[in-house]
Design a protein around this ligand. Structure first.
Ligand SMILES: Nc1ncnc2c1ncn2[C@@H]1O[C@H](COP(=O)(O)OP(=O)(O)O)[C@@H](O)[C@H]1O
Ligand SMILES: [Mg+2]
Length: 318
């Protein structure tokens, strides 16, 4: 199967039976293969509808959606869904199956040979940071919320679908776990490069996760489809500007990594206080404030020193 596919919404419209107003109103946008597109907007603006139109849990009432040029209307629903991983807020794991059995579900349905399924389960658990030896035989109730969401992601990736649909996947997690999962997913995405539609009502999450952000409003209307930078710095109208909020400068810091700065030379520092080069400037600023320090050491992923970040460097970058 392809590692990624592009998705085109072409005036995609959904009016639910009994409503006069569409829940999604002629949405047109293209998600390039391998990118993450965040559908952002407040509750009821049609984000979930847009997502479920793609895997046909909801059927279009107007317009079209094409995956790599082929209309979803022309595809067998089962075959279509086979190519799409779907992750929802409550991981939706089968409580009576072990973690390994949960992840094996789709490959089993597809009739993969047993050794191939076992290899895949092992590989995916490794990929989401839950070693098989420790977690494979546990049941979902024996995992934390964040760990369950990781299993949900592993399960969605099991048959290597070119597309991932994620509906507020981290919405039920506490803020610290949520940020951690966002980073983990970005790291994972850099490896597997699935075309991802990611629903969120949280601008910070959208800015962090999205290659592009689609801002939707009441009535399922698209207000702006743009990069996070453009959404923050050039909101299309007052509604987007208000949604993006007043602390735009601070939010822009989440877009930049310490590795983007010219750091001062490494000068050591207290154990355990080092930042990582792939941390965002916002994370760095929070750490500086929390430590009451005007400088902190920065290391690479392996803990090797790469430099020192200062409050002044971040101020200049902002
Ligand atoms: N199955 C349904 N039947 C009728 N109306 C629905 C259904 N699902 C959603 N809606 C309506 O469509 C609109 C968009 O809903 P939804 O896509 O769930 O929004 P969001 O995910 O952005 O919160 C809302 O007004 C909601 O009440
Ligand atoms: Mg929703």
């Amino acid at each position: 199967m392809n590692s990624a596919a592009d998705i085109v919404f072409d005036e995609a419209t959904k009016t639910y039976p009994g409503s006069v107003r569409p829940a999604l109103d002629a949405l047109s946008l293209t998600v390039p293969a391998g990118e993450i597109c965040v559908l952002l907007g407040s509750s009821g603006c049609g984000k979930t509808t847009a997502l479920t139109l793609v895997n046909r849990l909801t059927e279009l009432t107007g317009g079209d959606i094409r995956i790599d040029g082929t209309s979803i209307r022309e595809q067998d629903v089962i075959a279509l869904r086979r190519g799409i991983g779907y992750v929802i807020q409550q991981a939706g794991l089968f409580p009576h199956l072990t973690i390994a059995q949960n992840i094996a579900t789709v490959p089993q349905v597809l009739g993969w040979p047993k050794p191939r399924i076992e290899d895949r389960v092992r590989e995916l658990l490794e990929l989401v940071g839950l070693p098989h030896g420790e977690y494979g035989d546990r049941y979902p109730a024996q995992l934390s919320g964040g760990q369950q969401q990781r299993v949900g992601i592993a399960r969605a990736l099991a048959a290597d679908p070119p597309i991932m649909l994620m509906d507020e996947p981290f919405g039920a997690l506490d803020p610290v776990t949520r940020e951690h999962m966002q980073d983990e997913f970005l790291r994972l995405h850099a490896q597997v490069r699935k075309t991802t539609l990611f629903v969120s009502h949280d601008i910070d999450e959208a800015v962090r996760m999205g290659d592009r952000i689609a801002v939707l409003a009441e009535g399922g209307k698209l207000l702006q489809y743009d990069t996070p930078e453009r959404i923050l710095h050039a909101p299309a109208d007052d509604y987007v500007a208000r949604f993006v909020g007043t602390d735009r400068g601070l939010k822009a810091l989440t877009l930049r990594r310490l590795s983007d700065l010219t750091l001062e030379p490494y000068a050591g520092g207290a154990n355990g206080t080092a930042l990582r080069a792939d941390d965002s400037l916002r994370t760095a600023l929070s750490a500086l404030l929390a430590a009451g320090a005007d400088r902190l050491p920065v290391t690479d992923a392996d803990g090797h020193p790469v430099g020192t970040v200062t409050v002044d460097l971040i101020r200049e970058a902002a």
